[in-house]
Design a protein around this ligand. Sequence first.
Ligand SMILES: NC(=O)c1ccc[n+]([C@@H]2O[C@H](COP(=O)([O-])OP(=O)(O)OC[C@H]3O[C@@H](n4cnc5c(N)ncnc54)[C@H](OP(=O)(O)O)[C@@H]3O)[C@@H](O)[C@H]2O)c1
Length: 300
Amino acid sequence: MSLEVFTPKSLPPLPPGRSRYGVLGHPVAHSLSPILHHAAFQALDLDAEYLRIDVTSEQLVAAIPLLKKGGVQGWNCTLPHKSSMFSLLDDADSSALEVKSVNTVRVENGRLRGFSTDAPGWRAAVEEHWGIRPEKSRILVMGCGGVGQTLARSLAKSGCKALTLVNRDPTKAKKLFEELGSASAGRFPIRWVAWQSQDLDQALHETDLLIQGTSLGLKAEDPLPFDPSKLPPEAKIYDTVYRKDLTPLVQTARKLGYQAEDGLSMLLHQGALSFGIWTGRKAPTEKMRAALLGAAGRSP
Ligand SMILES: NC(=O)c1ccc[n+]([C@@H]2O[C@H](COP(=O)([O-])OP(=O)(O)OC[C@H]3O[C@@H](n4cnc5c(N)ncnc54)[C@H](OP(=O)(O)O)[C@@H]3O)[C@@H](O)[C@H]2O)c1
């Protein structure tokens, strides 16, 4: 497995018979996705490879013909490409249309078909951890950047008991609230509250499931995005951020007695779904999980 970082111009020749996939991002060197997919290729004895491919926002449009020429049959998109790739597709699956974001592209006869496996991957993770059905939960989405918007759009479509949005920059929370207010069509209450406000404290008190979608927690020294002790004791916390050690939020929340998980399980399940889209095979999820946990230095 190559841990090298390539660019669309520096892709090595593709050996005959081999399938090629990859992840586009900037930066991309830290991505654990190759670990996941190589474990799956190995488990199913597929002659395939998955490369880290560094592409900046400015390079994205020019990258596409180079990726096709280099034999890349499908790719994941990570920061900062999930929404810009959406406008470059020839065809969008309903999963991408629903959240206006793309994390999986499949090249079909030279045309790009886009999917988003982030929200279904997150749903599989919370179902696996806690047996939670979001439809029955009061959910607070903290962070209205890419991942927060994706999960909030998906929840607005499928429904939940109540949805609260909060973002450091309030204009983003308000804009998303205005968009989703019409998508939810009065089926459940939806609101936005200001960052670190008394309204947020009240909203935390009324939350069953908190989705942490800010980038806080990537670094061990990051402050907590909120005070978890303001949640009711039975509340669950899903931190989309993951790092080798658990995030400060997950560590603190667990010490306080909450059930809290980090984003490694979402990464696993979105990757398993992407694998199925590309190969048409059922992903060997347990082999992928073991490889991911090993790479993250965690015991299975
Ligand atoms: N587990 C997974 O599979 C998965 C998938 C996707 C993303 N993620 C995680 O989600 C995180 C966010 O990704 P993204 O694509 O949503 O990024 P993004 O679009 O850049 O959004 C970043 C978000 O973080 C907030 N933020 C950044 N610094 C902050 C600070 N110091 N205080 C408060 N809020 C801050 C931003 O708020 P402002 O708008 O106020 O700047 C915004 O809401 C990533 O770090 C990644 O680890 C995980």
